[in-house]
Structure formats: structure tokens, C-alpha cells
Design a binder for this molecule. Structure first.
Ligand code: ARG
Length: 455
């Protein structure tokens, strides 16, 4: 492609280190789409004649059909997907192929292709997140009344409803979706037509190519347009946060599925066995979602480190922008699909969840609140009295709720049988009716609201 200036061929290792076709072949659809928009604009602006444009466009369609059927045949001597397409075009239509690269550089071309790719990745992540939210909403609605221990420090804190716990993840995923939406909106300016770095003397219509490719308009500064990879970093950062959320849910599934907890039974379809221990049902999918989050974070850090300190405008380091995004898209898609599948089929064990909630004196706060509300005791004192009740229960080897009225009165005269009533699990969760609280009625409201805003 640049033979004019060179007398010798590149070293084999030069060729190997330079080639990106092994990964940027995944951008062939975007490359052909952008080239078709470019060539249509060149013809409309009389930069090349209409017949040549038609031949080029027809040739590009033929190449797309070939790639669709057979994939891209890699030739490292042709470096990247842009040169592969152009070389094939020359074989198909001859000299007119050489007119395609008028008023364009691979620098604006690769930035455009890659933006189209990352934009799709954002849309895909959003759709997968929505599907996972929908599965979580189904389980949350089913378990709006199911009582489980709410934890802090992984110690029993206060009873909550399982539906409420699951809705916490629906919120996290909603934020993830908004991050992809933000990233998509911010990236949606088209680099095509900024050429190598300085713009082009040809009378290009950048608004037309931007519109044809679904952008909101052309990128404003040519130097920025060819060297900007913020859009890829935004995608990786949004993906990192999303993967961390999935990892937290995965960790909970792993814990819940363990025998001491037994909160869930993982379906066969999402479990693996052991080659030696016949009883095993391992939560491998959840563990891999947890593991993948580390790789996603690593890819994001890799990209940020590659960009740090790069002088303007294009430098070949930027070719290393694609592997992290390709890897993250694959890992994230798998993780989201696996999580959706698990959430669609997971079976919770309400008896176990309830028994765990009942075991940790988890309604001690309710006793303190009762003293404040019904007896006008300052909260700090009420906290102390309820703490003494817990100590008394522990000394007797019973649960707080199993103390008798006499036991309570011995701790503080102001306690009576109505104090016992507020300490039941049902009374505790039903009382938490503040906005955003765990009361079953609030959970049902939250599910209905979330369903409405799912789109
Ligand atoms: N393969 C290159 C990449 O992915 C295309 C751009 C090449 N531009 C250049 N000035 N060498 O970044």
C-alpha cells in the first residue's frame, strides 16, 4: 500500500508485530458499512464519479457476502481489516478500488469502525442487562413476602424480604444501563472525514456520512477525532462496574448454595459435578462470573495504561485498543447471559431463609424501637435494654423472641407482651414501610415501578 517509498520488504517479525488482522477482522461489518457511507458521499460531492462509486459499492457488498459465508482469510502482510477489504476490492473490481481511500486515512477509518463496534457493544450490554433485570423482577415478585436475614458484616442484622434483597441488584443494573446510555450518547460523533489528523482538502460532506452511520453529527476536531479512544474506555469502565455488580451477586449465589447456608438450590443446568466426589453440585457458572470480573477490570486498566502518555495524534499503540474491548464484550455477554439463566431457574428455599432470619436475634432493633415509640425511652437507653435482652436470651440458649414476659420484665419493668409481638419476623419486615424499605407492600410497589421503567 505504501510501496512507493520503500525498496525492501518488512522483516518477518516486523510484519508479525504490526499485524492486527487476527483481531480487527471482527470489525469487518463496521469497516464495510463505513466504506459504503464514505463512497456514497464521495460520489454525491463529485469527488469521484458515480460509476466508479457504484462499482466500489457493489464490490463491497460482494466482499461482505464472502466474509459472511466464509469468514475473513487472514494475510498478515495486509496488516489489518482495512487493507484486507481494499486488497480484495482491487481483485474484484480493478483500478477503481484505489479511489475508495480518497479523502480518508486509516486513522479516521479505524476510529469510525471501532466507534460503530463499541456503540453496538453498549446496545448489546443494555439489552442483556434488561433481560437480567426482568428475571430478577420475576424472582423478587415471587418472593416479596419471603423472609431472610439481612446482613451487615455477613452477620445477621435485621430481617428483610428476599424480594427486597433481589431488588437491590435491579437498582445496580439500572445504574449500569444508564452508564452505557451515557457512554453511547457521548461517543456518538463521527470521526470519518478527519483523515490522517489535519482534515482534508476535498469537499467532503461530513454531516452526510455521520448521518448515514447513525451518528448525531461529525466529531469537531480532527486531531482529537483520530486519537480519541475515550469511547472505548467509557465502555470498559461501564463494563467494569457492571462486572463488579455481577460478581457480588455471583458471590452471594456461591455462599447461598453452600451447605451451611442452603438458601438456594442451583438447577442442574447451571451446576457442575465433581469427578471424584459424587455428592457435588458446584456453582461453577457463578464462580466464573466472579472470576471474569477480574479480567474485565484488567482489560480496563490495560486500556487506560496504553492511552496514558500518548502524544497527539495517532500512534500505533492505539491498535492495541481492540483486544481488551473484544475480550470484555465476550466475557460480559457470557456473564450476563449466565446470570440471567441462573436467576430464571434458581430455586430459593424459604424455610432455610426463614430459619436463618430467626436465629440471629435479628429483631433486637425492633425491641429498641418499641421502647422508644411506646415508652418514650431515649434510643441510646433503649438500645442498651434490648442488648441486655439479647444477652439474657443467649445465656438461656434461646432466641430473643422466645423470652417470656417475665424474662423481659426482669430486664426492664417497662417491657410487656406487646413488646414480644413486635419482635416476630413478620412484624419486623411489615413495619419497615419507609420509602425504599423492605416491607412486602413496598417491595411490590418497587417491582411494579421497575417494570414500568424497564424500557
Ligand atoms: N491497524 C491500524 C489500527 O488498528 C489502522 C490504522 C493505521 N494507521 C497508521 N497511521 N498506521 O490502529
Amino acid at each position: 500500500m505504501w510501496g512507493g517509498r520503500f525498496a525492501g520488504a518488512p522483516d518477518k517479525v516486523m510484519e508479525a508485530i504490526n499485524a492486527s488482522i487476527s483481531f480487527d477482522k471482527h470489525l469487518w461489518r463496521q469497516d464495510i458499512r463505513a466504506s459504503k457511507a464514505h463512497v456514497a458521499m464521495l460520489a454525491a460531492q463529485d469527488i469521484i464519479d458515480a460509476e466508479a462509486a457504484e462499482r466500489i459499492s457493489g464490490g463491497l457488498d460482494a466482499i461482505a457476502a464472502e466474509y459472511e459465508a466464509e469468514g475473513v482469510t487472514e494475510n498478515p502482510a495486509l496488516e489489518d481489516i482495512h487493507m484486507h477489504v481494499e486488497a480484495r476490492l482491487k481483485e474484484l473490481i480493478g483500478v477503481d478500488a484505489g479511489r475508495l481511500h480518497t479523502a480518508r486515512s486509516r486513522n479516521d477509518q479505524v476510529a469510525t469502525d471501532f466507534k460503530l463496534f463499541v456503540r453496538e457493544a453498549c446496545d448489546e450490554a443494555d439489552a442483556l442487562l434488561k433481560a437480567l433485570q426482568s428475571a430478577l423482577l420475576d424472582r423478587a415478585e415471587e418472593h416479596a413476602d419471603t423472609i431472610m436475614p439481612g446482613f451487615t458484616h455477613l452477620q445477621s442484622g435485621q430481617p428483610v424480604t428476599l424480594g427486597h434483597h433481589l431488588m437491590a441488584y435491579v437498582e445496580m443494573l439500572a445504574r449500569d444501563r444508564s452508564r452505557y446510555t451515557d457512554a453511547r450518547r457521548r461517543m456518538n460523533l463521527c470521526p470519518l472525514g478527519t483523515a490522517a489528523l489535519a482534515g482534508t482538502p476535498y469537499p467532503v460532506d461530513r454531516d452526510a456520512t455521520a448521518e448515514a452511520l447513525g451518528f448525531d453529527g461529525p466529531a469537531r476536531n480532527s486531531i482529537d477525532a483520530v486519537s480519541d479512544r475515550d469511547f472505548a474506555l467509557d465502555y470498559l469502565m461501564a463494563s467494569t462496574t457492571c462486572a463488579l455488580h455481577l460478581s457480588r451477586l455471583a458471590e452471594e449465589i456461591v455462599i447461598w448454595a453452600s451447605q451451611p447456608f442452603g438458601f438456594v438450590k442451583l438447577p442442574d443446568a447451571w451446576s457442575t459435578g465433581s469427578s471424584i466426589m459424587p455428592q457435588k453440585r458446584n456453582p461453577d457458572a457463578a464462580e466464573l462470573v466472579r472470576g471474569h470480573s477480574g479480567r474485565v477490570l484488567g482489560a480496563m486498566v490495560g486500556m487506560a495504561t496504553m492511552l496514558k502518555g500518548l502524544p497527539l495524534a495517532y500512534a500505533k499503540d492505539l491498535q492495541d485498543d481492540k483486544p481488551p474491548v473484544l475480550e470484555v464484550r465476550k466475557l460480559l455477554t457470557l456473564s450476563l447471559e449466565a446470570m440471567r439463566g441462573m436467576m430464571a431457574e434458581i430455586k430459593f428455599v424459604p424455610d432455610k431463609l426463614r430459619a436463618a432470619a430467626a436465629s440471629g436475634h435479628a429483631t433486637a432493633t425492633d425491641l429498641a424501637d418499641w421502647l422508644v415509640r411506646e415508652r418514650g425511652v431515649p434510643f441510646r437507653d433503649a438500645h442498651h435494654i434490648a442488648g441486655s435482652a439479647v444477652a439474657a436470651a443467649e445465656a438461656k440458649g434461646v432466641n430473643l423472641v422466645q423470652l417470656t414476659v417475665e424474662n423481659l420484665k426482669a430486664i426492664d419493668e417497662r417491657l410487656d407482651e406487646t413488646a414480644l409481638d413486635v419482635m416476630t419476623l413478620e412484624a419486623s419486615v411489615a413495619s419497615r414501610t419507609s420509602f425504599g424499605g423492605t416491607a412486602p407492600a413496598r417491595v411490590r410497589e418497587a417491582v411494579a415501578e421497575a417494570r414500568k421503567s424497564l424500557d
